[in-house]
Design a protein around this ligand. Sequence first.
Ligand code: F6R
Length: 362
Amino acid sequence: GKGGYDHYMLKEIHEQPPALRQAISGRINELATSVDLDVDLPEAYLQSVEEIQIIACGTSYHAGLYAAELLEEHADVRVSVEIASEYTFNGGRDPWRTLVLAITQSGETADTLSALREAKRSGARTLALTNTLGSTVTREADDTVFIRAGPEIGVAATKTFVSQVATVTLLTVYLGQVRDSISTENASELLSSVRDLPGAVQQVLDQEQAIKETAQAYADSDSFFYIGRDAGHPVALESALKLKEISYDHAEGFPAGELKHGPLALVTPNTPVIALLTEQTRPEKTLNNVKEVKSRGAPVIGVSSDPATTSHVDTTFDIPQCGPMEPVVANVALQLFAYYIANEKDRSIDKPRNLAKSVTVE
Ligand code: F6R
């Protein structure tokens, strides 16, 4: 059942601290220096990989974009992230030096399975990241890592997104160590950040009432823009997707610097802008973009752990510091924001119109 919550989505938002603990349980050593992920792909192969191609759809694609930020920085590998329905294996790439990572919560998404099959036909090795034991992707990929988030009933993915990001962060450290490309300091920073994530997410959940009030205040807006840089960018995309799915409001995410190259034309006093001002995502640059939208009259919500940002925005969702995982913590605040806007409008939150939990057609 819904465990006393009005919707499965709200229950699943609240289940994120235990879901994250389960995702990392037994996978990080005591000193936060090494990772045990049970990857069966041979180490010699993982050392020879030159390119990782990530294929996924929707929210899982956003987790893939987050993964790319981490893998490029720490695993010394080229990374491409492709929407699975747009994927074609480029014959110019060496399949023996390519690892295809399919990210799919359900393990049954037709577009993702079809891209995975194409990769396999071309001779690439494949790794699946999924939540679902026994799913098709686990049978078809060469190897599987589970995100262990537990069942998700709400159509809008919440706890599975944060668990995907936590798990790909562990995968990044694992690959970085196998490939000898990650420093001890960076490995322990990433692992400590993942370990701090459940507690940090809980601190955001404790601010639910304040986020709800802000959502109610903004519920009548025409359109919502989300901006962020680096790992804040996939979180901007993901937070916008969540809002549009469940509230039916127009919402779009942009790389913060891209706003002035077109979308700024849409900004008015009736288009709130949500700015990811998280640490390690160049918040000082994003604040320049905040100034641009404020001068067009747009109200701005900043999501940040840095009190110095509050004077630049109209409302702050104040989140705890969490190093490289801070954008994930910000995402949780924005899940609640989306939920309470949709709830204010009495939408069918767990089963939005036209959408299915698992999309088994191409
Ligand atoms: C959004 C959402 C969808 C899925 C997408 C991929 O909230 O749930 O965008 O993320 O359909 O599904 P999986 O991850 O099962 O392949």
